[in-house]
Design a protein around this ligand. Sequence first.
Ligand code: MG
Length: 380
Amino acid sequence: MKKISLLGATGSIGIQTLDIIRGHKESFQLVALSAGRNIEQVRKIVAEFRPDLVSVQEKSDCERLRAEFPGITFYHGAKGIEEVAVYDQAEILVNAVLGSVGLSPTLKAIQAGKTIAIANKETLVTAGHLVMGAAKQNNVPLLPVDSEHSAIFQALQGEQSKNIEQLILTASGGSFRDRKREELKDVTVKEALNHPNWSMGAKITIDSATMMNKGLEVIEAHWLFSIPYEKISVVLHKESIIHSMVEFHDTSIIAQLGTPDMRVPIQYALTYPDRLPHPAGKRLSLAQIGKLHFSEMDYDRFRCLKFAFDAGRAGGTMPTVLNAANEAAVSAFLDGKISFLQIEELIERVLDQHQTIGNPDLETIQAVDAETRKSVFSLI
Ligand code: MG
């Protein structure tokens, strides 16, 4: 029985993680969770899974739940998330929170020796050197949940990293794959949220449409697999059947394939190095699909991908700025305050203004993150 803590239980990855736990009650037990303000959902989850420890965002919600569920410990706020992250009964932490707010609890969990299943890519983008350094120092495994990184991780089993020629990330192209740049001027939030292949949360669906998601994933891959940016490439693959690949020096390419279903990489992170059946999953029939398509990435069409490669190569606080500017701009777009193309315009402007600080510590990263959000909002 593997005991699991889950950060971000009511988000898209959180809900799908609960689905995996529910389907394998003999193997997994949810012992702690954190959530935001969706208290109706938290009630249902607590009643079903009976965790020991729960953290929510607001103090008032925390007090109400405490009265409703005696015997369960409730916390709230940032301190509460950290309590869930370091809970001593849990052996693995699934970090499915959104954005760089996941950084501090991730570092705390690593220091507490927890295995981390990381779905919170912004944490690795904003402070990859701190997270990987802490993981190494505390001998803690970081298991990828992102489908591309899970694919690469699976392709690397039994392999030696010295033999890697390149990592090849696949990109679906997002909601606006087939539109030209001129056609993006007046797109609506609703159109942007309509992803062709994957069912995901709002922020990541917008990130897919701007291709920033792939950019963040390039930086995530750099840190997770300790591979230089020159050895990471991206190919457009609209069917999302090949989830990513590794090419080796001998020209062999190992790919991982499957029907797009986030529960597969989540479950692999929870069962690794073992596997379990996934009865609710849809088996892939290549004969039925017939054809798979691939094409070069257009860096003028998808400018955010270029920003990410540049920020990654610049290093220091530049990826922190990239991520914070993106989080702020996407939230402004979702709130109807800016247009779709203004997301990348704003990101470009703050990146241009920033003087990178090398090897930043946690305080510097948090300060740069906060400053960046402020400058994005002042530009709007
Ligand atoms: Mg992904």
